[in-house]
Write a protein that binds this ligand. Sequence first.
Ligand SMILES: [Zn+2]
Ligand SMILES: [Zn+2]
Length: 256
Amino acid sequence: MTDPAPTTTLTAVPPDPAEAANAARPAGLETDELPPSLAAYRMEYRSNVIGRYYNGFAHLAFVVAGSSAVIVLALSQVSNPTWLDWLCVPVTFVLANFVEYFGHRGPMHKHVHRLGLMFHRHTHEHHRFFTDEWMTCRSQRDFKIVLFPAIMLLFYLGIVAFPIGLGLYLFHTRNTACFYVATATFYFMSYEVLHFCYHLDESSFVARLPVIRALRAHHRMHHRHSLMSKYNFNITWPIADFFFGTIYREGRPDGK
Ligand SMILES: [Zn+2]
Ligand SMILES: [Zn+2]
């Protein structure tokens, strides 16, 4: 089976005088009208991709409620954990951070056979819908282009969290398995929720929280088209970005 051909490409965007005019505007402030080409793309995406009955709040609630239920259930099965069982939490967290990094730097930004849909959805759609200057969802319907499809939670649990958890249960301890499943699921949820927060209105209460503001700035630089395939691949905490030296510092020559 071949991957579906992208319907749009970043290079297809014609130069737009309005975009050049907006370049001088302080980044992140969306008080002005969108550049016409971006407004047209967003309108096209909303009418072609976002279903009539889509509800962004329900989508977000499904991810948070579904993940939380799995986390609570997994933790409820832990009893008398040893320090070795607890160690599973930071180890899983850091490993997940590196998986996030390579997943984003790899198939989400490079066309990989059989994973072309990830590349198309992320590079061609998400990065075109939101640029470093235009990061904000205009309504709950725009959550669709930020969050993974809802079914991803079930795939993640079925392919990543539960099989590895089962292996830990069979070959190690039940506590380790439960801590692993809870941490891996928490990581998935935090990815979704943090990324969602970065694309909220910058003046909202959540976006103004210092930690969200700092992480949002990291992600906003990644949304600059000239930087997106080189820097700031962590969506959550920039641990792997720090490790691999891919945190963008303002003023680097390749940042324009
Ligand atoms: Zn984003
Ligand atoms: Zn990206």
